[in-house]
Design a protein around this ligand. Structure first.
Ligand code: ZN
Length: 171
């Protein structure tokens, strides 16, 4: 397994729309394993392939306290069931920033697992938020797109400055 580099906002590569996985083969399983290792190392509760510059519809999630319940979603899709919920979201691609985002409360998830088997499940609370956040990534959307332009531009300016300082420190 290997740790992957995580792209950070406002990297334009984060805006790429990911392509569906047509065959769940060993290459995809290797990607899944590397993504899980990268997510646990960060640490985070979810990671989309888009964030590691692989533009395939693959997501890994683990919202458990013990970090021992990995959920692998290949070609995930959801349909809203009902409700609305607000949560202070963060993102490994927008490090250090948290903002309140409103999302659907209950969703029906459809996806394929690590073995290539399709499954469906109803999700609510944090899992539902996380799935919506990660599927957004596959469509090139970030949680900062759900907040005001003013707040988004402020976060962007601060991250651009931080990236420049980090690049300078490396020279
Ligand atoms: Zn994210």
């Amino acid at each position: 397994m290997a740790l992957l580099d995580i792209l950070e906002f406002p990297d334009p590569k984060l805006r790429t729309k990911a392509k569906p996985v047509t065959d769940v083969n060993d290459g995809i399983r290797k990607l899944v394993d590397d993504m899980l290792e990268t997510m646990y190392d960060a640490p985070g509760i979810g990671l989309a392939a888009t964030q590691v510059d692989v533009h395939k519809r693959v997501v890994v999630i683990d919202i458990s306290e013990e970090k021992d319940q990995p959920l692998v979603l290949i070609n995930p899709e959801f349909t809203p069931i009902d409700g609305e919920q607000e949560y202070d979201e963060g993102c490994l691609s927008v490090p250090g920033y948290y903002e309140t985002v409103t999302r659907v409360e209950r969703i029906r998830l459809k996806a394929t697992d690590r073995d290539g088997n399709p499954f469906e499940m109803d999700c609510n609370e944090l899992l539902s938020i996380c799935i919506q956040h990660e599927i957004d990534h596959l469509d090139g959307i970030l949680f900062v797109d759900h907040i005001s332009k003013l707040k988004r531009e402020r976060i962007k300016a601060k991250l651009v400055k931080a990236h420049k300082a980090a690049a300078k420190a490396r020279r």
